[in-house]
Design a protein around this ligand. Sequence first.
Ligand SMILES: CC(C)(COP(=O)(O)OP(=O)(O)OC[C@H]1O[C@@H](n2cnc3c(N)ncnc32)[C@H](O)[C@@H]1OP(=O)(O)O)[C@@H](O)C(=O)NCCC(=O)NCCS
Length: 238
Amino acid sequence: MAETAPVRDSFITVRTTLPRFPFPPISERPWANTERLLLRPLSASDLQALHELRTQPEVMIWTSAGRPDIDINETKAKLDTFLTDEGNGKTFNFAICFKEEPDKLVGIGGCHNSASSFGWPELGYMFRKEAWGQGIATEFVKAWLGLWKALPRQVVTVKCDERTLRGAEDGIYEKWENDEVVEERLIAMTTEDNARSKNILKKCGFEHFLTWKDKESRPNEEEVWIDLPTFRYFPGRN
Ligand SMILES: CC(C)(COP(=O)(O)OP(=O)(O)OC[C@H]1O[C@@H](n2cnc3c(N)ncnc32)[C@H](O)[C@@H]1OP(=O)(O)O)[C@@H](O)C(=O)NCCC(=O)NCCS
């Protein structure tokens, strides 16, 4: 059964490790190749391709916006959140291209939120519909996790939802004390009916630890409650 939404006021504080913050600026981000893909830092020249991606209704229905961008300015505002000085070091997001077309973004993915609604950093991704069904999202997530794990770490305190610390199998919370460093987590959220995304996360080593209910309000539609399966990943494990 779905559980309640996270409530920031009831978060607990734990000591843990996380990638050193701010994240490397775009100018210093690594580029990575997979068998078929190039992962490279986002750039202002990605605007048109990102707009094409963000105006595909089949893609946007699965995002929190729930609808295509209205115009290029809305896409530009989104892209700017990753490129400007402020957003640059707070996100670790990449343009995803097929190797043979390195200038044309077919997807965007990475950590777009360093403190998700559960307190931990969050991974997300989206790809043009023409690219679906070829395993490229799985290829991207596996490569991106390698980049995430390789970032230098620091010991920090994180305010997080206590449920993210639950034991994997039996619902028993991990033993931790205030001065103990708990294993760092990375969060990914999806929706119950997004079978593709759930599959990707499981194949890449994420474990489902919670499904919660959230209110979804879509343009011209009544508010509905949706189930959000939420996954965690332990970057410190092999
Ligand atoms: C979700 C998304 C990233 C998947 O991209 P993709 O490149 O097609 O994904 P992959 O091919 O790597 O993996 C999809 C997996 O789901 C499986 N799958 C595909 N369609 C499925 C379906 N209808 N039901 C169940 N599983 C399905 C595939 O078989 C594949 O698993 P397999 O490799 O074990 O066969 C893409 O559809 C997308 O961008 N959607 C819109 C945005 C979005 O949903 N983002 C995630 C938000 S949480």
